[in-house]
Design a protein around this ligand. Structure first.
Ligand code: ADP
Length: 286
């Protein structure tokens, strides 16, 4: 269990990136959903011991993460948002290198591990290609392979599907869903579908604050009978935004579907629709 309590961080430029963040995260895939700039990476980097918070605590089991970074790193697998420069070395060579750094010194054992990882992330046939020449999806799958070295108990993946095309994204998410349920996996993303497809627990973060935490279906249930939709003309959007609590407007066949959050029937041609995770997301970040 990962317990984050009252974490706050202000950067030297005055940006208050984390405001009293508290989360309890158990085994399985946890989605941290929020728009760009919400504070997701700041939180991920703090959990991954790459930066310090100003206040608050993080416990992973009985490891006090802020005080004992080395212990946490032994059980951590991390796929950062920016992996930096991909060198002109093959995936196989790089995995051998990282495995050696992580203490897998026995040659035979390391060979087996690297082969198993390459197969797991579907890169075995590309094992001799330079990483620099990998596609976005292949790079991310390589990122998972390196994160899995050392049998981590906590895996953090920061915005892994941003920039992937739909097929690559599906492949990557399938891979994530196969990693296993007996470890804590935190998936940080601004893509609502990533969370609804993969996670059984989640939080919405906006402006450095946790707005909601819970099971995605439970969270959406709370909006039952409160989401109303209507098709309008594009030039009517501003007027509707003035008059109603519009949480989302989406183009649809050249017109606009507006979705409003209202306890009562707003009338005026609005129809009740079944809430989705997208509705809860946009209700919380608006
Ligand atoms: P997200 O990952 O959700 O996009 P970030 O944690 O990257 O959010 O950023 C949260 C806020 O903190 C943003 O306003 C961002 O500009 C700011 N920020 C992030 N890193 C730094 C930094 N090293 N120095 C100053 N401001 C930062």
């Amino acid at each position: 269990m990962l317990q984050i309590s009252n974490l706050s961080k202000t950067y030297p430029n005055g940006v208050h990136a984390l405001k009293n963040v508290s989360l309890n995260i158990g085994n399985g895939m946890f989605g941290l959903l929020g728009p760009n700039g919400a504070g997701k990476s700041s939180l991920m980097r703090t959990i991954a011991t790459l930066q310090d918070a100003d206040s608050g605590t993080i416990m992973f089991g009985d490891i006090d993460v802020t005080k004992n970074k080395a212990e946490l790193r032994k059980v951590l697998g991390y796929l950062p948002q920016e992996f930096g420069v991909y060198p002109n070395v093959s995936a196989e060579e790089m995995l051998h290198y990282i495995a050696r750094l992580k203490g897998v010194v026995n040659d035979g054992e390391r060979k087996e591990l690297v082969k198993a990882l390459l197969e797991q992330v579907n890169l075995y046939q590309h094992r001799n290609k330079y990483l620099a020449g990998y596609s976005g999806g292949m790079k991310q799958r390589f990122g998972i392979a390196q994160a899995l070295i050392g049998s981590p108990k906590l895996i953090i993946v920061d915005e892994p599907t941003a920039g992937l095309d739909p097929a690559e994204r599906l492949r990557f998410n399938n891979l994530l869903s196969e990693i296993g349920e007996n470890i804590v996996i935190i998936l940080s993303t601004h893509i609502v579908d990533d969370v609804s497809e993969l996670c059984n627990d989640m939080a919405i973060i906006a402006n450095g604050q946790v707005m909601q935490q819970g099971h995605p279906e439970k969270l959406t249930e709370a909006l039952n009978d409160k989401i109303w939709a209507k098709r309008i003309r594009k030039d009517e959007v501003a007027a509707y935004q003035d008059k109603y609590k519009v949480i989302l407007s989406r183009l649809s066949s050249g017109q606009v579907m507006v979705y409003v959050n209202s306890d009562m029937d707003p009338g005026n041609g609005f129809a009740s629709v079944k809430p989705t995770l997208e509705d809860i997301y946009f209700s919380n970040i608006a």
